[in-house]
Design a protein. Structure first.
Length: 245
């Protein structure tokens, strides 16, 4: 059980941004990553003692929540897409992500429940076209090659964000369309509260179905649109925890 909870802990509190293929100059401009919240709380603000029946210490973030008596008002949702992640999804040993293109969708919403229940959909109608552009630079892993980064600014009544498509082929950057994004193409996704909170509410990894798929907002309720999990199966039954083990 120890290894399971270690894996769970790593999923819920990732160590940092996952734009690992972007150049440093590019990655600084992708999304709106917030610094990890400092959980240091003065002793005066902490609840006194711990429960006599256990040895667990009080989570300082709970103390902060109780004092401020407020709930999160905004959430950051990150989706990472690939043109082909079938081998990873099927759990083929040694499979690595090597797609023709990858895309990172970074949005902020004030209605995480509505975004889950109504579904996340992205189309050309959401694009702020005057902000569209492309950038390029040396490939981070092979300085003899180039990488192309196609940028979109997205707007919606309930959310706003950015999409960056990266590819080593200029033609693919030119031919990419938002319709190429799909729930099946998501290899990693997460959602967490912002603005003073450090609350993770959703996590998904295509590679680790046994321990890396969880929704702390709606549990096993199927999510439409680009959300990769949970999904309804063709017979109408949702893909539950037991089926992914």
């Amino acid at each position: 059980m120890g290894s399971f909870f270690d894996s769970l802990r790593k999923c819920l509190w990732p160590s940092g941004p996952s734009y690992d293929l972007l150049l440093d100059s590019e990655s600084e401009q992708q999304g709106q990553y917030l610094p990890h919240v400092d959980h240091t709380v003065s002793k005066k603000s902490l609840p006194l003692g711990t429960a006599p029946s256990c040895q667990y210490t009080v989570d300082p973030s709970m103390a902060r929540f109780g004092i401020e008596d407020r709930s999160p008002t905004s959430w950051q949702v990150l989706f990472h897409f690939a043109s082909d992640c079938v081998d990873m999804k099927e759990g083929i040993p040694g499979s690595e992500l090597n797609p023709d293109w990858c895309a990172d969708l970074d949005i902020i919403t004030t209605d995480i429940v509505g975004l889950m229940r109504e579904g996340l959909y992205v189309s050309q109608d959401n694009v702020k076209v005057q902000d569209n552009h492309v950038r390029w630079g040396k490939h981070p892993r092979d300085q003899t090659k180039w990488m192309w980064y196609r940028h979109y600014t997205l707007v919606h009544p309930k959310w706003s964000g950015r999409l960056v498509v990266r590819t080593a082929t200029f033609g693919l950057a030119s031919e990419f369309r938002l319709e190429h994004l799909s729930a099946d193409g998501v290899y990693k996704a997460s959602a967490r509260a912002t603005a003073g909170f450090d609350n993770s509410v959703y996590w998904y990894e295509v590679r680790n179905p046994h321990s890396s798929r969880m929704n702390f907002i709606l549990d096993d309720e199927p999510l439409p649109g680009l959300w990769p999990w949970p999904k309804k199966e063709r017979d109408g039954q949702e893909e539950d925890w037991e089926k992914v083990q």
